[in-house]
Design a binder for this molecule. Structure first.
Ligand code: MN
Length: 501
């Protein structure tokens, strides 16, 4: 991704034009005042724009004239304007976006009548990785900022429950936007699936208040939770940007949650540039956490890689091919529609199981819930509890979710024939990495195993990829003989399970 910046040492000079041109007739707000606003807020605004491609919305004749989106840097741009090229699948040449990294570039854009600045949710250096997640709350006819605030608190409650801090800003038009800082490894497929899940959940729980689909006709009296902004090709109006949607130059400003609680007059949260500047000087940048706060989505979402957009319905071809379900009592995969439904409600923590399996050789099977399936490894020696010890883990075919609680005997002669015990079960958190990257940092919260483990692939070019699993963080407590030999579900031993079957 080439990024050009002129090596010229001379400080850039911006030639302004038509400073007296009125952009907002209702208040007489001029182009000169627009440039003034952007230079005034630059110390707070620039950190939010730096390194991000941006789309400009230009209004050459003010808000009553025509406006257009400008993605490509104009041909007449001076050489000191930094840009970032993005290739396109369909169009040759791609798009050269402007990067607003300094005050002269900001002033130059304002002089182009770029009233609105819409940055991407990622930086140019890492185009697949959003640094935050956005819920754009857009009121339909008959709803307003108060309705948005009400819905905002419903979204916040879900986020709070997941331990995720969120920050609100008025859009400067009619709506409200909730931002969730991430600043950790994540893909758009994950942020989009998460935002969509929250929107659809709230639509079901509050059909009179919330819609999750774009159709305007559905929106009357309700608020659209627009989750679709979480996409590498989409931009959202930036913080401290002026909007060109209303008769007055309202600024998209952060607001505190208490200001939204029991909001009586939406107009009390309309901020024109002078008021916006007063607030900034008094309160500082309420969006500062967007730049620094590191947060992670629940593991089930965090593991969705870029290839998973939209997340595929898991398939269990290899699993089915190896088994005769008239003979084994292992669970057959659920029909595809059920798998699809199961995939959707993954706001809870992801689950894991470790089965003790007395097959040809005694071994343990580690299974992690990911994307509607159980990613599975055969671990001959089980997970180590001491630091500095690595055990081999051979990845095997995905197992269906129902396998989480499978305990019993697989008939002799069948694949994996022998006794299976649910040795440990619980939930896990993905602390880092991804399955696709061959690197998983996990925190297990099981009944026997608790703490951090690190799983990483060392050979992947064959049917059964080899991984190693090591204890990380601190050593785990040694297990008692009872724990080592008994089922967490039924307290039976392998022999006991074999007998009952
Ligand atoms: Mn096994």
């Amino acid at each position: 991704m080439p990024r050009s910046r002129a090596a010229a040492a001379a400080p850039p000079e911006v030639a302004f034009s038509n400073l007296d041109k009125v952009f907002f007739p209702a208040s007489g707000f001029t182009k000169g005042e627009l440039i003034r606003h952007y230079l005034d807020v630059a110390p707070w605004l620039l950190p939010h724009l730096r390194g991000r491609p941006v789309t400009l919305i230009r209004f050459p004749d003010g808000v009553r004239g025509e406006s257009f989106y400008e993605k490509n840097v104009p041909k007449h741009a001076p050489p000191w304007i930094a840009t970032h090229s993005v290739a396109h699948r369909r169009r040759a040449g791609g798009t050269r976006y402007i990067l607003i990294d300094d005050a002269p570039t900001l002033a130059w854009c304002a002089n182009l009548a770029a009233i609105e600045l819409h940055p991407f949710l990622h930086r140019a250096s890492e185009p697949g990785r959003p640094t935050h997640l956005v819920f754009d709350l857009d009121p339909g006819e008959g709803a307003d900022l108060r309705t948005c605030a009400e819905v905002g608190f419903l979204v916040k409650k879900i986020l709070d429950g997941l331990g995720l801090e969120s920050f609100a800003k008025v859009s400067g038009s009619k709506g409200l936007q909730l931002y969730v800082p991430l600043n950790t490894a994540i893909a758009y497929a994950a942020t989009r699936a998460f935002a969509k899940g929250v929107a659809e959940h709230l639509e079901q729980a509050h059909p009179d208040l919330v819609v999750s689909q774009m159709a305007k006709s559905l929106r009357r009296g309700r608020v659209l939770i627009d989750w679709s902004q979480n996409h590498e090709a989409k931009t959202t109006v930036g913080v401290y940007s002026v909007r060109g949607k209303r008769e007055r130059p309202y600024v998209s400003m952060p607001v505190r949650w208490p200001e939204l609680k029991g909001l009586r007059d939406p107009a009390s949260l309309h901020f024109e540039p002078a008021e916006a500047l007063r607030r900034l000087r008094k309160q500082g940048d309420l969006f500062e956490p967007l730049l620094t706060l590191e947060q992670r989505l629940p593991a089930a979402f965090a593991s969705l890689g870029p290839e998973a957009a939209p997340a595929p319905v898991p398939s269990f071809g290899a699993y089915e091919a190896k088994r005769d379900f008239t003979r084994t009592r292992e669970p057959p995969p659920a029909p595809a529609p059920k798998r699809k439904a199961a995939r959707r409600s993954q706001t809870e923590a992801a689950r894991f199981v470790i089965q003790k399996h007395d097959a040809t050789r005694l071994h343990y099977d580690l299974r992690l819930e990911m994307g509607g399936a159980l990613k599975s490894w055969a671990v001959p020696k089980g997970l180590p509890t001491e630091l500095g010890v690595k055990h081999a883990a051979i990845e095997v075919e995905d197992h269906p979710l129902d396998y989480l609680t499978f305990e019993g005997v697989i008939p002799k002669g069948e694949y994996g024939g022998g006794t299976v015990m649910v040795w440990d079960i619980g939930t896990y958190e993905l602390l880092g990495g991804s399955h696709g990257a061959g690197n998983l940092k996990l925190r297990l919260a099981g009944k026997k195993l608790r703490g951090e483990w690190h799983l990483f692939k060392i050979r992947g070019d064959e049917a059964k990829p080899t991984w190693l699993v090591a204890k990380s963080g601190v050593a785990a407590k040694p297990l008692t003989a009872f724990q080592q030999t008994r089922s967490v579900l039924t307290r039976r031993t392998l022999a006991g399970i074999a007998r009952t079957a």
